[in-house]
Design a protein around this ligand. Sequence first.
Ligand SMILES: [Zn+2]
Length: 166
Amino acid sequence: MARPLFYVRKTVIEPCVSFPLPLPMINALEAAGRAGISGAVPVGAVIVRDGVIIATAANAAPGTHDPTAHAEIRAIREAAAALGADRLNECDLWVTLEPCAMCAGAIAHARIARLYYGADDPKGGAVIHGPRLFNQPTCHHRPEIYGGIGALEAGALLREFFEARR
Ligand SMILES: [Zn+2]
């Protein structure tokens, strides 16, 4: 039986009244689910400008030979190319997992306006864990940050992925 790519919040915490996840996070979760099927760690990212999705990416599949090909980096590159811009200061980045130090650095360099992320990552995250990159004096741009959006769905994808590999 096919498993759903992601779980709708109301099926997880019934009978709580649900509110739908924002579309960019739904798209990021779908990208993460597709990446998981390809064998990549299921993390997806979407970049939005003026309410329009301009980039969707996920962690690269194994064999890509690019250790930096995290969802956020790929989405930032795709968005910058689409806009023909060196900075993304009017863009929002949605990602299913708390960004790592590399991606948080890229988000700062890209001047992303707002960061929305799903699950916390106590092991590899660098926003509210580890180096807390945006709080460092050497970080020259701090986006507005909103965590926990779609955290249950994003966490379920990651858990299923790693459980299947045990
Ligand atoms: Zn990363």
